[in-house]
Structures are given as C-alpha cells and as structure tokens.
Design a protein around this ligand. Structure first.
Ligand code: FRU
Length: 488
C-alpha cells in the first residue's frame, strides 16, 4: 500500500486496507508499543471482528503486522485489553519469561436462537504478540442474563494484589476481580444513574493519576464510551468519571447529574489507555470516527484511523478536577520547519490570510480579545470550502464548524458545528491544532478541552485565515509547524 490515497491520514495510524474500529489490547512490552484493533479483513464496512495488530517504538511511527486474533467457535473477537503477566499468575508462561495475555469479548449467538451471546475469553503470546494461543478454558466469564456484556479492560491492582476487570454491562460498568485471569469474581457495579445514558455503555477503562502532579494525592478516572442511540445529534461519544477505587468499588466524586466529556468533537470513540508503560505516563488513543456515519465516510481502500496518542493527566481547574490531554511528546519527531509570526492585530472585516501550501501542519496560536466577541481561524480554506475554529466569547464556547469543510453528503449527521465550553483567561485563549489530510484535533488552553473532528476537504483547500468579527482581536503568538508523514 502506498498510503498516498485520497484522504489517507499521514501521521495517524490507519490500516493498510479494509475496516477498522476500536483500539484494543494496547500494551507496552519489550520496548514496543502494541496497538491491536477491531478489524474486518474482507470489507471496508463492519463485519466479523478480528484483532488487527501494529507495533511502534514511539506510538507515532507504526508497522502493521499480521492479524493477531481470528474468530473461532466462541464467536467474533470484540474489544478488549492486554496485560503483561509479570508474575505468571496464569501459568501460561515459563518462570522469568513473562508474556502477554489478551482478555477480549467472544461475540457469538446462542445455538437455538439468534440472540447474541457475549462472553470473555483469553489468548496468550510468548513471542511479543507475534503469535497467539487461545486458552482452552474459554470463555472465562459469562452471564446469560446480560445481553451487552463486553469490552473487558484489565489491570493489576497492587494494593489488593488482584487483577481487576471493568466490563461494559448495558447501562453500567461491572467490576470483577481475579488472582489468575481465569477465574473471576463479581466485585461491584457502577453507574445506574451517573453521567450520560444516551446510549449503551461500552469500552470502559479505570486508572489512577496524581492530581496536579502531586504524588500521594491521587484520583481514579473511569472512562466510559456511550454508543449511538440514533437520537442525539452527537452520535457516539466518550464520558469520564473522577473518584475513588479501593479494589472493589468505584465511588464517583461528582454528583450523579454531572457528565464530563473527554472530547467535544464527534470523532473520538472507544478509546482506552496503554497497559504496562513503565515511565509513569497514562497514554490514551481513540478511534477517530463515529458510529453515526463510520461505515459511510468517503475513503475507498480503508476505513478509519486512530487519534493521536495523548498523555492524560489530572488538574484542578475552575470547576474541579478534570482530565487534561496532550499529544504525546514523541509527536515532536515529525515536526519539520516552523514559521513564527510576529504579533498582529486582526480588524473586523479585514481577515488575514496565509497561503499555507502544506496539508500536514500544527498551529499554535494565542488570541486575545480586544473588542471582538467572535474570532478565530479558518483552516483548509478555498473559495468553496472552509473549516472554522472560533471563539464565541458571549456564550463561552469554542466552535468547530465543519458544515462547509469539504465532502459531507455521505451522512446528514456529518455537517455540524461542534461546541465545547471555554472561558477566556485574561481575555486570552490558546489553541493547538493538528491538521492531517482528513482530520483536525484541537486542544484548547493547554489540553483542558479537546475537539477531534474528521473533515474531507479537497487537497487544494489549504489557505489559513484569521478573522475577527465586529471588533479587534490580537494575535499574541502564532507558530505554524510543518509535519512529516509517518509512512515512508
Ligand atoms: C465499540 C464496540 C464495542 C464492541 C466493538 C465491536 O465501538 O461496539 O462495544 O466490542 O465495538 O466491534
């Protein structure tokens, strides 16, 4: 594959060909970051799921490997996680030769009906994920009373010396514990009334992070993706909770009505974090699409890409403790030349335009309100196309408008204005934008807000425009950095 096809992402992972959805089984082992993913090798639309596989030294440059897990007598291979079994708790490995264990959902149907049957299974690898053996005792966890019973994310809880599994169980997350990954015990259930229940709960994650970087002051973050119920304008999206976890029960710090969104864009779903990263970072990657139109996006040879990998931290901001996300520092390896522009003033009716002749760029800009209440950037601009990233000061909103971003008529839900809450600090806002051929990731105020959005502009639409409506806006800082392709 050339990776030069129309709309092919140049610095985001996408499979060489065919359909991909959720990231699965991310684990760091023997100096490699593994990324598995929901994969259909025979079609560019969703179908019987396999686990595709790629490895990387830096989470930016990827090498695609052969398919890791195939459907079997228990069904298709749905989403799940992978861990390093350092202490050989499973007995799958030789002493002092730890290996990888994947915990995933076997999705089949009951023999006498077409009712779906979701159960959890194991596979293990002794050769750094190159080949896998399915455990002969599969499935290891089932509950026929629960129809939606999937997406196990497993981690080692040192305090109780147990494996912990968070599992999506309809409209809740159920927590199980185990000493050997093979036998699981019910621990607790979370979420009946908390957060958003706009769709089925999927792909949970649970991990601990220091608050404001202070060791000893930690909080637990539970991530929960919520499926597309066909009724909201947003489609599928991802929420999170902050609280305490003692190895058995997760307790939400916020009141039940509070919903925290991980990303305010339409295209970041089913993301979870890497296991076993040794340097203390918590790194997350999501599927850069939306169930509302994922099967229809206008790419031909492949469908879907992942977001940039993002480091997650916790910080205390105005409303409380929140997840902060920033692209991993390894993204610096694709930065080429940059252009720093001097301080400027944008007057109303006099937009400034820059003939950017590259599609792959990062923009760092700090804007200061002087007298305008609506200002921002237009990217991928031409006479007929534009994507607008703007601040609406009176409503405290960051808007990403893709209604004229390029090809959009494959789904009536695609053209949209994505809204995120934002508050200016000393009248200023900082934006960081990563623009690939068919996506834009906006991080505002040092990662407090993320907006991830697909766009399908013509490659000829490349102008950058800065505008200010009904008043003046100052550009405090503007740096444009050309980015390199990872497919060489
Ligand atoms: C989330 C999801 C998971 C499931 C997988 C199937 O996007 O629906 O709940 O395991 O996709 O491909």
């Amino acid at each position: 594959q050339t990776y030069k096809e129309k709309y092919r992402p140049q610095f985001h992972f996408s499979p060489q060909e065919k359909w991909m959805n959720d990231p699965n089984g991310m684990v760091f082992f023997n100096d490699e970051y593994h990324l598995f993913y929901q994969y259909h090798p025979f079609s560019t639309t969703w179908g019987p799921m396999h686990w595709g596989h790629a490895v990387s030294k830096d989470m930016i440059h990827w090498e695609q490997l052969p398919i890791a897990l195939y459907p079997d007598e228990h069904g298709a291979v749905f989403s799940g996680s992978a861990v390093v079994d350092w202490k050989n708790t499973t007995g799958f490995f030789e002493e002092n030769q730890p290996g990888l264990v994947a915990i995933y959902t076997s999705a089949g149907t009951y023999p006498d009906s077409d009712r779906t049957c979701q159960r959890q299974s194991l596979a293990y690898s002794k050769d750094s994920g190159r080949t896998w053996v399915k455990y002969e005792g599969n499935p290891v966890l089932s509950d026929i009373a629960i129809t939606d019973f999937r997406d196990p994310k497993v981690f080692w809880h040192e305090e109780t010396r147990k494996w912990v599994m968070v599992l999506a169980t309809g409209q809740t997350i159920t927590i199980y514990t185990s000493s050997n990954l093979k036998e699981w015990e019910f621990a607790s259930e979370f979420g009946h009334k908390s957060g958003s229940h706009d769709g089925v709960w999927e792909c949970p994650d649970l991990f601990k992070l220091p608050v404001d970087g202070e060791q000893g002051n930690e909080k637990w973050v539970m991530i929960v993706s919520i499926g597309d119920n066909g009724e909201t304008k947003e489609g599928s999206r991802t929420q999170y909770f902050i609280g305490e976890f003692d190895g058995i029960t997760f307790v939400n710090d916020n009141d039940e009505a509070t919903t925290l969104w991980l990303d305010y864009g339409r295209d970041n779903y089913a993301g979870v974090s890497w296991s076993d990263i040794q340097d203390g970072r918590r790194i997350y990657i999501g599927w850069m699409s939306n169930w509302r139109y994922a099967n229809q996006v206008p790419t031909k040879e492949w469908r879907s890409a992942m977001t940039l990998p993002r480091e997650l931290t916790l910080a205390t901001i105005r409303d409380g403790i929140r997840v902060i996300q920033k692209p991993v520092k390894e993204v610096n390896s694709i930065k080429l030349e940059n252009f720093v522009l001097q301080e400027m003033t944008i007057e109303s009716g006099k937009a400034l335009s820059f003939p950017v002749n590259k599609q792959l760029i990062e923009i760092n800009i700090e804007l200061e309100k002087e007298s305008s209440n609506q200002f921002g950037l237009v990217i991928r601009h031409s006479e007929t196309e534009n994507t607008k990233v703007s601040i609406d000061v009176l409503n405290d909103l960051l808007l990403v408008d893709r209604t004229q971003s390029g090809e959009y008529n494959f789904s009536s839900s695609f053209p949209s204005v994505q809204e995120a809450p934002i508050v200016l600090k000393n009248n200023r806002v900082k934006l960081q934008l990563f623009m690939d051929t068919s996506s834009i990731e906006v991080f505002a105020n040092d990662g407090e807000i993320a907006v991830t959005s697909l766009i399908f502009p013509s490659e000829l639409s490349k102008e950058l425009v800065l505008f200010s409506n009904d008043g003046i806006t100052n550009v405090v800082d503007l740096k444009i950095t050309e980015l390199d392709t990872i497919w060489k």
